[in-house]
Design a binder for this molecule. Structure first.
Ligand SMILES: CC(C)(COP(=O)(O)OP(=O)(O)OC[C@H]1O[C@@H](n2cnc3c(N)ncnc32)[C@H](O)[C@@H]1OP(=O)(O)O)[C@@H](O)C(=O)NCCC(=O)NCCS
Length: 320
């Protein structure tokens, strides 16, 4: 996580908002914002990847494929994958970027899982890294969006295993482009004569735009739907889940989903209160914190689920 902590009170000094409004609507108390002098999307991905490698007892040279979920890469192109590869000194291995926003990390896991299951790769590094604070409209007009999104990175190492019924049991991924403009950053897009101009820079189209109500309405349907899809595919039921780690979209959404699945509070992990919504990075960040707190044990069934821009939604079940 970047070191800079931004509290709701800090935000209320730069826009017309309040701790009370933000906590009631989103659950967020504080979030991290990157420091442009020290943090980049790729160096955050690198730090997280090194932590994951260390925890896995592996070295960078053991990795044979990199998949990065990000919608906020350092460059318009190439993506963060190759920069992470360079930072880790892994010249020659493939590096892939996934642009599926809040569902990106589960999309990335699904890709890693397929490559491992076909035998093509053995050790796959999957990272999620996001810098959203630089795309936020910090004026009053953008306050409904800018109080939610934040920065951070997380990573996992996936490894081929011959243990039956362990590890990733399944992944399910979906999208519906009819809602592409309900949560998006329009500019600088490629389909115009010039990609960047004085007008575009001063246009809100350069900032993150969200139709919050539409996002909420779909999220509370798609989350339970895709979790149930995963359970049915594995002949399991909600009661079998030991821990659900939803993408940290909004605490109200998580709560809604928990109640509709009739899950007890202790089985749903949330840390949005401290870190805000870090889009493609939120799941590995939450997973790591849950792990550190001893909430993920050997043999547990962990469900990861996400919903976000696209719209896209996804789930995976992991037997630890
Ligand atoms: C964004 C969200 C919190 C807004 O809540 P809402 O109840 O729909 O609020 P509205 O946009 O209707 O705004 C209600 C009022 O609060 C105001 N408001 C908006 N943002 C505000 C802020 N940060 N602080 C104070 N007031 C704010 C609005 O201007 C509006 O005022 P008005 O009634 O005088 O016009 C809510 O729609 C939501 O949670 N959506 C899902 C977002 C999400 O999870 N995104 C991540 C997806 S991965």
């Amino acid at each position: 996580m970047p070191e800079k902590i931004v509290t709701n009170d800090d935000l209320s000094k730069i826009m017309d908002t309040s701790d009370e409004w933000i906590v009631e609507r989103t659950g967020i108390k504080e979030r991290r914002w990157f420091d442009p002098d020290t943090d980049t999307n790729s160096n955050m991905a690198t730090k997280a990847s090194k932590m994951a490698l260390e925890q896995a007892g592996m070295e960078a040279k053991d990795i044979d494929f990199i998949v990065v979920a990000t919608i906020s890469p350092d460059y318009f192109f190439p993506g963060t994958g190759v920069l992470l590869q360079r930072e880790l000194g892994l010249i020659d291995i493939p590096a892939l970027d996934i642009r599926n926003a809040c569902s990106g990390f589960i999309y990335a896991l699904s890709i890693a899982d397929q490559y491992i299951k076909t035998g093509m790769y053995k050790n796959v590094l999957v990272a999620g890294s996001e810098i959203q604070s630089s795309a936020l409209d910090l004026s009053d007009a953008g306050r409904a969006v800018s109080v939610i999104f934040a920065d951070g990175a997380g990573a996992m190492v996936l490894q081929a295993s011959d243990q039956d019924k362990k590890g990733i049991l399944s992944t399910h991924i979906h999208s519906d482009g009819n809602y592409a403009e309900e949560l998006y950053v329009k500019d600088p897009g490629s389909s115009r004569k010039v990609r960047l101009s004085e007008e575009i820079i001063h246009d809100p189209s350069f900032k993150a735009h969200m139709n919050g109500r539409e996002v909420f309405k779909h999220a509370v349907v798609r989350f339970p739907e895709v979790i149930n899809e995963a359970l049915e595919a594995n002949n399991l039921s909600v009661e079998d889940i030991d821990l659900l780690i939803p993408h940290q979209a909004n605490l109200r959404i998580s709560e809604f989903v928990r109640r509709s699945l009739k899950m007890p509070e202790e089985k749903v992990f949330n840390n949005i209160m401290k870190y805000g919504n870090t889009t493609g990075a939120s799941i590995p960040i939450a997973f790591k914190q849950a792990w550190n707190e001893g909430k993920i044990k050997d043999g547990d069934l962990v469900c990861l689920a996400a919903f976000g821009s696209g719209f896209t939604w996804a789930s995976t079940l992991i037997r630890m």
